[in-house]
Design a protein around this ligand. Structure first.
Ligand code: ADE
Length: 250
């Protein structure tokens, strides 16, 4: 059961829906570990919609060649429209997302928004992609999980579900507090260490063993800033701009 910010039950289970030609790819990795336990305990629900079930001919055709020529096949608007309508009807209208390398990059802030809502329905593309008209007709949000091309949207959908589910109340326990993790506060996470204190000639930094919480906090921030500056100039610029805007206000 979902809870609001005061931990009161909202009485609504977060719903993940995958519209796919390969329903057997779900729950996949999300049937394991904390997400899998949470699924069993109905802290979230997963539904697959088999797109092929909405094909209209005896061959159960879901695709056709691209208008204007070119390689591969395109998923048909009429078949997808029926699958989407059926899904929206049965789920009460979830935000609808199409996973595609052409989409806007997935961010932790979008993940948070989706996790705070009733759930998400994800259209998983195969072949070359889907007919543009169905995306326009249903005002579908297009999301990419990175600048590379997967063989279909199912793995990308699992990524989106995973990122949302771990934020749901009660799924990660205290680990989900999240204040320290990557992207919180606009920085990548600082390096982590555990025992043994010495391993293959490498030691845990002294400050982490000092017990001085102020110094530890400062060291972690420095590390997070250095890593972000080096690896992600885009995040670093946004962080600096935000910091400058804050300083201007004060
Ligand atoms: N489908 C294929 N490649 C993808 C990507 N990079 N992100 C989201 N969906 C995809």
């Amino acid at each position: 059961m979902r809870t609001d910010s005061k931990n009161k039950p909202t009485g609504q289970t977060w719903q993940a829906v995958a519209l796919t030609l390969f329903p057997e790819m779900f729950p996949g990795s999300l049937g394991q570990s904390l997400a899998g336990q949470a699924l069993q305990k109905a802290k979230w629900a997963l539904q697959t919609v088999d797109i092929r079930g909405f094909a209209q001919d005896k061959h159960r055709t879901v695709d056709d060649s691209p208008c204007g020529g070119g390689a591969g096949m395109v998923m048909r608007a009429d078949v997808l429209d029926l699958a989407i309508q059926d899904t929206q009807h049965s789920t009460g209208g979830l935000p609808l997302v199409y996973m595609t390398p052409r989409g806007r990059p997935l961010t932790q802030s979008r993940v948070k928004e989706l996790a705070e809502g009733p759930g998400v329905a994800v259209l998983c593309g195969r072949y070359e992609g889907v007919d543009q008209r169905v995306l326009e007709a249903h005002n579908v949000e297009e999301i990419s999980i990175g600048d590379y091309v997967l063989s279909g949207g199912e793995v990308a959908a699992l990524v989106l579900f995973d990122a949302c589910v771990r934020l749901l109340p009660g799924v990660m326990g205290s680990n989900a507090s999240g204040d320290e993790e990557s992207f919180e506060g606009g920085l990548l996470e600082y390096p982590l260490y555990t025992r043994p204190v010495e391993w293959q000639g490498r030691t845990v930094p002294d400050v982490l063993r000092s017990g001085h919480h102020g110094n530890i906090r400062a060291w972690r921030r420095e590390q997070a800033e250095a890593i972000t500056r080096e690896r992600r100039p885009d995040l670093w610029k946004a962080y600096e701009d935000k910091r400058a805007a804050k300083n201007d206000k004060n």
